[in-house]
Design a protein. Structure first.
Ligand code: CP3
Length: 341
C-alpha cells in the first residue's frame, strides 16, 4: 500500500511529495472516452463496476498517489429530490430551481446507504482493488446551493445572491439542510471505506469576503467540525481563494486545496507554516512543453517546502483537451523532484 498521500495529509515526513489531479478520471483519457461511448454520464456514475473502472484508469495510466471516487457533486442533489440531467452544451441542468420555501421544504436529506447504494458499492469494489488511498468527496453547501437555486451553472449567481440578500432566512434554511446532507453523505462514504474526503467549494470565490464570512464559511465549517470526528483527513478546496484565504483558514480543514490564481508561496504565508496545502499548477500549464512543465513543478514544490505538508495537484480540474503524455510527465516530475533530502 502506497500511503504517502495519507502521511502527507497528516503533516508527517514523506520520502516524496504525493500527487493526484482533480478530475483525473475524465474525458482527456481515451480509455474514459471508450467507456463513455456506451453509457451516459449519470449511468456511469450509478454503475459501480464502471465507476470503479474509470476511477482506476488514472491510477494505472498516470501513476498518481491517490484515487478519487468517480461520481459528481450533483448526485446527492438528485437524491434530495431535484431532477438532474447532463447536457452536452450547458452541463448540468436541475429541474425546477429552488426559489421559494415550499421548494426547500420538499428537499429530503437522503440516506446514502438506501438512496445512493451505488456510491457505497463503488467504494467497496475500489478498496479491494486499490493500492493507493481512496478519496471520497462532496460539494460544499454553498457550491451546491448555487446549482440548486440557479438550476445549473451560472455566470453572475443573480438568483443565489438575490435569495441570500432578500430572503436570508430561506437561504439559511437551505444551507442548513445542505450542511446536514454533506455531513451524512461524507460520513457514509467514510464508513464504506474512503480514507480521506475532499469538499469542493468551486464557487466560494464568487461572493465578497464579507458574504463568504457571513453566509458561506459558517456552514462548511460546521460540516468539517462534524467530519473531523470520523477520523479521516478533510481537504477543503475553496476555489478562487486568494481574497478569502484568511477566512478559509478558519474552516478547520486539515488540508487546504489552493487554486492556481495565487502563488503557492503567498498562500502558505497567509495560511501559516503549520498548514498542509494541496495544489496548485494551472491546468493549462499542461499545454506547455514537458521541460516547461518540469520548471513549473519545481517552482511549486520548492514553495510547498515551506508548509508543514504539501500534496501536489492542479489548481483546478484537468481539462478535456489535455495531452495525456503531459499529465504523465507532470506526475513523473513531481516524483523526480519531490524527493526529500
Ligand atoms: O475528480 C475526479 O476524477 C472524480 C470525478 C468528478 C467529476 N466531477 C466527474 C465529472 C468530480 C470530483 C467532480 C466534481 C464536480 N462536479 C465539481 C467540483 C469540481 C470543480 O470542477 O470545481 C463541479 C462544479 C461539478 C459539476 C459538473 N459536473 C459540471 C459543471 C459538469 C459539466 C462540465 C464538465 O466538466 O463537463 C460536470 C460533468 C462531469 N463531472 C464530467 C466528469 C468526468 C464530464 C461528464 C462527461 O463525461 O461528459
Amino acid at each position: 500500500m502506497n500511503d504517502t498521500f495519507l502521511r502527507a495529509c497528516r503533516g508527517e515526513q514523506v520520502e516524496c511529495t504525493p500527487v493526484w489531479l482533480m478530475r483525473q478520471a475524465g474525458r482527456y483519457l481515451p480509455q474514459y472516452q471508450a467507456v463513455r461511448a456506451n453509457v451516459d454520464f449519470l449511468t456511469l456514475c450509478k454503475t459501480p463496476e464502471l465507476a470503479a473502472e474509470v476511477t482506476l484508469q488514472p491510477v494505472d495510466i498516470l501513476g498518481v498517489d491517490a484515487a478519487i471516487l468517480f461520481s459528481d457533486i450533483l448526485i446527492p442533489v438528485e437524491a434530495m429530490g431535484m431532477s438532474l440531467e447532463f447536457t452536452e452544451k450547458s452541463g448540468p441542468v436541475l429541474g425546477e430551481p429552488l426559489r421559494n420555501k415550499s421548494a426547500v421544504d420538499k428537499l429530503i436529506v437522503p440516506d446514502t446507504e438506501d438512496d445512493m447504494p451505488f456510491v457505497i458499492e463503488t467504494i467497496r469494489i475500489l478498496r479491494e482493488k486499490l493500492t493507493v488511498p481512496l478519496i471520497g468527496f462532496s460539494g460544499a453547501p454553498f457550491t451546491l446551493a448555487t446549482y440548486m437555486i440557479e438550476g445549473g451553472s451560472s455566470k453572475n449567481f443573480v438568483h443565489t445572491k438575490r435569495m441570500m440578500f432578500q430572503n436570508s432566512r430561506l437561504f439559511q434554511y437551505l444551507m442548513e439542510k445542505l450542511t446536514l446532507m454533506v455531513t451524512s453523505y461524507l460520513a457514509a462514504q467514510i464508513r464504506a471505506g474512503v480514507q480521506a474526503v475532499q469538499i469542493f467549494d468551486t464557487w466560494a470565490g464568487a461572493v465578497t469576503p464579507y458574504d463568504y464570512r457571513e453566509s458561506v464559511l459558517p456552514f462548511v465549517k460546521k460540516a468539517i467540525a462534524e467530519l473531523k470526528k470520523e477520523g479521516v483527513p478533510v481537504i477543503y478546496f475553496a476555489n478562487d481563494c486568494a481574497g478569502i484565504l484568511h477566512e478559509v483558514k478558519k474552516s478547520g480543514a486539515d488540508i487546504f486545496g489552493i487554486d492556481w490564481k495565487i502563488d503557492m508561496g503567498d498562500a502558505i504565508k497567509k495560511l501559516g507554516k503549520k498548514a498542509v496545502v494541496q495544489g496548485n499548477l494551472d491546468p493549462c500549464a499542461l499545454f506547455l512543453s514537458k521541460e516547461e512543465i518540469e520548471e513549473r513543478v519545481k517552482d511549486i514544490l520548492w514553495k510547498g517546502e515551506t508548509a508543514r505538508g504539501h500534496i501536489f495537484n492542479l489548481g483546478h480540474g484537468i481539462l478535456p483537451e489535455t495531452p495525456v503524455e503531459h499529465a504523465v510527465a507532470l506526475v513523473e516530475a513531481v516524483h523526480k523532484y519531490g524527493r526529500k533530502g
